[in-house]
Design a protein. Structure first.
Length: 67
């Protein structure tokens, strides 16, 4: 996020923030890794997410939500 109050999230900043406390193998940010997460049951409404995170512990979930 930018300091100017703009709610725009920079993907690089987000991934860097997540890497501070998560192992690389639980942070998915490459386009090919995100394809499985671009829709749920409604395949007509596809949207590739910016990042997907696969936490392993409650503590990791808590830290992700703080970011």
């Amino acid at each position: 996020m930018t300091d100017s109050g703009d709610p725009t999230i920079d993907k690089g900043e987000l991934v860097a923030a997540l890497r501070r406390f998560l192992p690389d193998d639980v942070i998915l940010h490459a386009t090919e890794d995100l394809r499985p997460y671009e829709c749920d049951g409604l395949s007509a409404y596809r949207q590739t997410p910016m990042v997907a995170v696969l936490p392993r512990t409650i503590e990791q979930v808590q830290q992700i939500l703080r970011v």
